[in-house]
Design a protein around this ligand. Structure first.
Ligand code: IMP
Length: 204
């Protein structure tokens, strides 16, 4: 049976990346964006954890009979008690540049610059069965931005495993160690098993 998977996002970069990876894992699946499945509007991310938010997003297509897949990610800073966390995108309310400025200002009197990026990826099946995988990468928040590539907090996030900031790394270098790369690798393993289970269950 041709499975229909809906990636619960309208972010083109995210969809292209996930479509390539999932498409090679499951060539007999049709992979749609939210819009491609006729689901309009933004999904409200009102959870308090990355897990909750990714499941909230993936549940929307699942309720319509698709397999929903979504991720949620953010930056957790040790000396800020894990902030901005699930509020990373909305930290300043004014976009990436202001988010970075706010972060530097909040850390101006802090010696502990430890932080981690977290990404949680979930799949929700139409019967409510849920698969969740988490990826993390630890690093430090610099006192000034470095590098031109990437997005979000990348220029402030120094990754010891790479010896540079995420904004100084190539996409391949970043993907090899990043929270998203790690969550996706763990997720694919679990998802492959789970989809086989569902296909066999439907057969008998
Ligand atoms: P979302 O998972 O697309 O909702 O992203 C949450 C927010 O976390 C983004 O808008 C960024 O501010 C931040 N973020 C998540 N992943 C990264 C990353 O790889 N680099 C820089 N910022 C990130």
């Amino acid at each position: 049976m041709m499975e229909k998977i809906v990636l619960a996002s309208n972010n083109k970069k995210k969809i292209t990346e996930l479509r390539t990876i999932l498409g090679s894992l499951m060539p007999d699946c049709e992979i749609l964006s939210l819009r491609g499945a006729g689901i309009e509007g933004d999904i409200e991310e009102n959870g308090t954890t990355f897990e909750e938010n990714s499941v909230i997003k993936a549940s929307v297509p699942a309720r319509l009979g698709y397999i929903g897949i979504a991720d949620d990610s953010g930056l957790c800073v040790d000396s800020l008690g894990g902030a901005p966390g699930v509020y990373s995108a909305r930290y300043s309310g004014k976009g990436d540049a202001e988010n970075n400025k706010k972060l530097l200002s909040e850390l101006s009197d802090k010696n502990d610059r430890g932080a981690k990026f977290v990404c949680v990826m979930s799949a929700v099946f139409p019967d409510g069965d849920t698969v969740t995988a988490r990826g993390e990468v630890s690093g430090m928040i610099l006192t000034a931005p470095r590098g031109e590539d990437g997005f979000g907090y990348d220029p402030l996030f120094y990754c010891p495993e790479l010896g540079k900031t995420f904004a100084e790394a190539s996409a391949d270098e970043k993907n090899a160690v990043s929270h998203r790369g790690r969550a996706l690798a763990a997720f694919c393993e679990l998802f492959k098993e789970r989809i086989c289970f569902h296909q066999n269950k439907d057969r008998f």
